[in-house]
Design a protein around this ligand. Sequence first.
Ligand SMILES: Nc1nc2c(ncn2[C@@H]2O[C@H](COP(=O)(O)OP(=O)(O)OP(=O)(O)O)[C@@H](O)[C@H]2O)c(=O)[nH]1
Ligand SMILES: [Mg+2]
Length: 451
Amino acid sequence: MFEDLSSKFDKVFKFIKGKGKVSEATIDEFLREVRRILLDADVNYKVVKQFVDDVKQRSLEKNVIRSINPGKIVIDTITGELVRLMGEKKTDIKFSNHTPSVIMMVGLQGSGKTTFSGKLAKYLKGKGRNPALAACDVYRPAAIDQLKTLGEQIDVAVYSDDSKDPVKIALAAVEFCKQNFKDTLIVDTAGRLAIDDEMMREVETLKSRLEPSEILFVVDAMTGQDAVNTAKEFHNRLDYDGVILTKLDGDSRGGAALSIRAVVEKPIKFVGIGEKLEAIEPFYPDRMASRILGKGDIQSLVEKATTMLPEEMDEKKIQKLEEKLKGNKFDFADFLEQLQQIKKMGPLSQLIGMIPGADRMMKGKEIDDKPLKQVEAVINSMTVKERGNPDVLNGSRRKRIASGSGTTIQDVNRVIKQFYDMQKMLKQFKKGKGMGNMLRGMGLPPNFSMK
Ligand SMILES: Nc1nc2c(ncn2[C@@H]2O[C@H](COP(=O)(O)OP(=O)(O)OP(=O)(O)O)[C@@H](O)[C@H]2O)c(=O)[nH]1
Ligand SMILES: [Mg+2]
């Protein structure tokens, strides 16, 4: 996410960090560079101007010119201003005090409304709510089926009928919720290629008839400044409550994420970071700033791991693992289990982005889950005896495993080395509690930095 932006900031930060003392001219030179970086990232030019002016003024207020550590002052100010730009605090979904709370999705065609409806339903279900979905896109022939398929995947009821009238469908869905004790109704609406009056009237009518507790404007982050413009137009007509930024997993330059809040004064509530239903994250301005500045997002990583642990790795499993480690019995079967844990957390490319500095390190490199799959294939080609006693893996066994798993001897050797590395690392965690347990569940190295 935003690798380009991060590496440019990194470079310009190095410039200012190297200065013992600065003049106002140096600050201006530095800020001109910052301005260029933001414009290159497709941030709205008015937003950029305000941002740069604010950073300058605050830095001067903090006496940056007299300071012996001007770099720190400027960088801290930029960090703070980025957070402010994106809205300071995470903003939650609002629910009404009668049921069902209605959450309505609006946005252009292909922005990700239907996908996000599914993601949100799954997310809210995980938070203990009992949602249903309403299929109000009556124009695109496959739209209803698309939502139904999503609903099936997450075991959430989808209300649809063939009345061809979105308002009627939505009102009937509200009744459906009341009868079936659903506390939340997520309404998926139809998109258009561009803003047109008919679509706007339709969503306006839906708004006035449904009185949603929340209208979410869904927008594709990859569309940059266009995203900001449509956000504004929708806002003028609908006065929605929050923005959903989708496709942040693509090579979005960051412009939409950084401009939208300032332009429409509505918070970004969630981001979509993939096509899968679990690829949703609440939007935390401070964490996003941290990612943009290449400092990673340890908090989200920790949350991902800890929210996963209770169901995936219960106390018993942890205890069993601990006993195995004590007796030096951590074997390939356990290794495989660890790998599966990591896989459950989502695609590697997503996790990498949360590790400080890793985005930049991996820049331009293809991050795929293939190596993980290869490791799995290798372990799967081992006999039970081999999994339990890795030490028996001599040359001929390795050769057999390679041909059985469709890999090479080198691949098998690498997997075996990784296994021993992991075994070593886990031993160091033997007595570790809390963070240690968590990292162990994730297979991260013990010297993993918390900065
Ligand atoms: N990579 C990525 N793809 C996404 C994300 N969200 C949605 N998509 C994809 O974008 C495409 C369009 O998504 P939909 O949810 O159908 O979009 P929509 O707004 O409902 O589109 P219409 O119903 O035609 O208006 C699909 O192929 C989705 O899989 C995301 O966060 N990341
Ligand atoms: Mg749709």
